[in-house]
Design a protein around this ligand. Structure first.
Ligand code: URA
Length: 287
C-alpha cells in the first residue's frame, strides 16, 4: 500500500473530524499550548499594594498570533482589546449609532467599526436581507458559515427552513426584513458572548428604529432576551408578545423558536407552527 496515499487519507479523515466538530476556522499557522502560557492579568484584578510590581513572566510565545482574517484591529484603539473592555466599545457603538440617519449609513458604520472582536475572525459583515420597508422584521442570533461567506443572514439550512415557515403563512423575503443581533459570525459557530451582544446591541436597536417595523419576530432565546430584556428561556417566551418602545411608538415583539433548534428538534415544529399562525393573525389585525 502506498504510504503517501495512507497519510493523505488520514489527513482528510482528521479534517473531516474537525469539521464535524465545528472546527472550521484556522486562527494561526501553529498550535499553541495554552496551558504553558502565562495567564494574562484580569481586568478587574487589584494591583498588588507595593510600589514596584514584579515584572510579569514573559509568555512562552511573545509574538501575538497572526489572524486569519485580512482585517486587523487598529493598534492603539480598544479594537485590540474590546473583549477586555466591552463597556467602552458598547458606549462608543451607542454614540456612533445614534448619529446615522439611514440603514445604508448604519451598514457603512458597522463596516468601519472595530470595537467587536468578532469582526476580525469573520469573512464578511452580515447586515440584513429582505425588504427594509416591510412592516415585519425577523431577528436571529448571529451568522453561521454560509451567511459569513455570502454576507447575508439566514442563507444556510436554518435560512431554508425559515423561508419555508414564512411561506406557510404567505410571507417571503419581499414581505419581511431579516437580520441578527450580532452581524459577524462567531468563530466555529459558537454562541455570541454576552459582551459581544452588548457591544452590538446599539446597532440592532438603531436598525430597528430606522427600519421602523410594526412587528418584530425574535428567533430563539438570545435574540428574544437581547431585544425584550427578559431573562426567561424561549420555551417560556415563545408565542408571547412583548412591547418594544421606540421613542413614542410601541412595536410588538413575538418570540418563537429558532429554525436551527427546529432542525435539531423537529417535533417542536408544531410549537413554531402555532407561533407562525399567531404571527399571521397579528399581521391580519386579528391578534
Ligand atoms: N442563525 C442565525 O441566527 N442567523 C443567521 O443568519 C443564520 C443562522
Amino acid at each position: 500500500m502506498n504510504a503517501n496515499a495512507d497519510r493523505q487519507r488520514d489527513l482528510i479523515a482528521a479534517l473531516d473530524f474537525h469539521l464535524e466538530a465545528g472546527v472550521d476556522l484556522m486562527l494561526d499557522e501553529h498550535p499553541h499550548d495554552r496551558f504553558n502560557e502565562v495567564e494574562a492579568p484580569r481586568m478587574d484584578a487589584r494591583p498588588p499594594e507595593v510600589e514596584s510590581r514584579p515584572e510579569p513572566k514573559p509568555a512562552l510565545r511573545p509574538e501575538p498570533p497572526p489572524r486569519a482574517s485580512s482585517a486587523q484591529p487598529p493598534a492603539g484603539t480598544y479594537g485590540q482589546s474590546a473583549a477586555a473592555r466591552p463597556g467602552e466599545a458598547a458606549g462608543d457603538a451607542r454614540a456612533r449609532a445614534k448619529d446615522v440617519g439611514s440603514l445604508e449609513e448604519l451598514e457603512a458604520l458597522l463596516a468601519g467599526f472595530d470595537g467587536c472582536p468578532l469582526k476580525f475572525t469573520a469573512k464578511n459583515l452580515v447586515f440584513a436581507d429582505g425588504n427594509p420597508a416591510a412592516k415585519l422584521m425577523f431577528i436571529g442570533e448571529a451568522p453561521g458559515a454560509d451567511e459569513d461567506r455570502v454576507g447575508k443572514p439566514f442563507m444556510g439550512r436554518s435560512g431554508k427552513l425559515l423561508d419555508r415557515m414564512m411561506a406557510a403563512v404567505g410571507l417571503d423575503r419581499t414581505s419581511a426584513y431579516v437580520t441578527n443581533i450580532v452581524p459577524w459570525r462567531p468563530p466555529g459557530n459558537r454562541n455570541p458572548t454576552p459582551q459581544e451582544i452588548s457591544i452590538c446591541k446599539p446597532f440592532i436597536e438603531r436598525q430597528i428604529e430606522l427600519a421602523d417595523p410594526d412587528l418584530i419576530v425574535c428567533l430563539g432565546s438570545p435574540a428574544t432576551q437581547a431585544i425584550t430584556g427578559t431573562k426567561d428561556g424561549i420555551l417560556k417566551t415563545r408565542g408571547r408578545f412583548y412591547p418594544y418602545q421606540v421613542a413614542d411608538r410601541e412595536i410588538r415583539v413575538l418570540a418563537t423558536l429558532h429554525p436551527a433548534y427546529l432542525l435539531r428538534q423537529p417535533l417542536q415544529k408544531r410549537l413554531a407552527w402555532r407561533d407562525f399562525r399567531t404571527l399571521r393573525a397579528a399581521l391580519d389585525g386579528k391578534a
